[in-house]
Write a protein that binds this ligand. Structure first.
Ligand code: ADP
Ligand code: MG
Length: 348
């Protein structure tokens, strides 16, 4: 068996589930996180608490591991670039730099002739007057957003003026898509034209936070084929190694749009733990550690429900689960509103 030691940047639920998958493969994990209470401490072998620009602690981290991967995209590029001089960072740092900027990400996707929402950059006050074409829309910070954070729905130019935007940051205004459905496609790429792809997952959001994921997605064959084709083309073009997720919108006229790319494992893929022979987490570890690729097989259809904030409480009190239900507690210390605390997957 392999003696590899993997470093993971970020200690949330994705880092936890990556650690669990690594353990199964006999790979040791060291998590580096800027949250002293990071829940992944409960699942990894070794934990370093430090800021993402703390050069000394990052050096210590580098010494302990054979390669480094990450569970979230908002890591300073300089840090990943520095680490990559000593130990391989996978997916490579340039992928992360591209995707952490919403405009660069969408420009990249459009260059592949793949449809995204319509968008415009908003950098200064005088830009606001010219935005009529993109309304109604959603104003988003170009960097650092997740779970709907840093997003403002805009109906009229007046709405934007009222927001009193802080222009020390840059923004993107996206035209609102009249959504019929949202789906995601998860791909794990091992090398040139060498990947495994999970079937599209149908996602329902509440307050811009993922609430339900289900397979099979109720979509046409066209959308199924197109979404898988686009996701694998994106992974190929990025020369990506590891698990990646593409989030899509489907509008009321059955048009498919790429919403965003997550250069990492994804919340909508939690159901792959119970529904497939190899989960998105195990596949990520396999790909970045150059382990064998196992042909992917779906074992069950499934539905995942995110437990947000206080919704975790009854489950922590030993609720009786059926044989087809799997409960995961991320062991986050503090229950906060809008915080993803755990999930339940039901095989159907
Ligand atoms: P985050 O990085 O927070 O996940 P997203 O861009 O994926 O940001 O937005 C979160 C959710 O908000 C989406 O899944 C979707 O439900 C809604 N949303 C975002 N942008 C649009 C848009 N242009 N049109 C319609 N709905 C949108
Ligand atoms: Mg999203």
């Amino acid at each position: 068996m392999s003696e590899k030691k993997i470093g993971i940047i970020g200690g949330g639920q994705l880092g936890s589930l990556l650690s669990v998958a690594a353990k199964k493969l006999n790979i040791k994990t060291t998590i580096y996180c800027d949250d002293f209470d990071a829940p992944a401490q409960n699942f990894c072998d070794d934990f370093i608490f430090g800021k993402y620009d703390d050069k000394i602690k990052i050096q210590n981290f580098i010494q302990k591991v054979d390669l480094v991967t990450y569970e979230f995209e908002n890591i300073p590029f300089d840090t990943l670039y520095e680490i990559n001089k000593f130990k391989p960072v996978l997916p490579k740092p340039s992928v992360n730099r591209l995707i952490q900027h919403r405009i660069a990400e969408k420009d990249f996707v459009n260059k592949l002739n793949i449809r995204t929402t319509r968008y415009v950059s908003v950098e200064k006050k005088s830009d606001i007057e010219t935005l009529g074409d993109f309304l109604p829309g959603i104003l988003k910070t170009t960097t650092m957003g997740y779970d709907g954070k840093g997003q403002f729905p805009i109906k009229t130019i007046e709405d934007i003026n009222k927001l009193n935007i802080d222009f020390s940051q840059s923004y993107i205004l996206e035209k609102l898509v009249k959504l019929k459905k949202e789906i995601s496609v998860i791909v794990t790429r091992f090398g040139i034209n060498n990947y495994e792809i999970y079937e599209p997952i149908e996602n329902t959001h509440q307050d811009q936070i993922l609430k339900y994921s289900i397979i099979p997605a109720d979509i046409t064959k066209n959308i199924l084929d197109q979404s898988k084709d686009w996701a694998s083309r994106i992974a190929e073009e990025l020369k990506y190694i590891g698990t990646l997720c593409v989030e899509f919108f489907i509008d009321r006229n059955e048009n498919l749009y790429v919403n965003e790319i997550a250069p990492r494992v994804h919340n909508s893929g939690h159901l792959t733990i119970n529904a497939y022979n190899v989960s998105q987490f195990e596949n990520h570890i396999r790909a970045v550690c150059s382990l064998e690729k196992i042909p992917l097989k779906k074992l069950h259809n499934a539905k995942m429900v995110n437990l947000i904030g206080k919704q975790i409480e009854p489950y922590r009190k030993n609720i009786k689960l059926n044989d087809n239900e799997f409960f995961f507690d991320y062991l986050k210390k503090e229950i906060k509103e809008k915080r993803k605390m755990g999930h339940i997957t039901t095989l159907i």
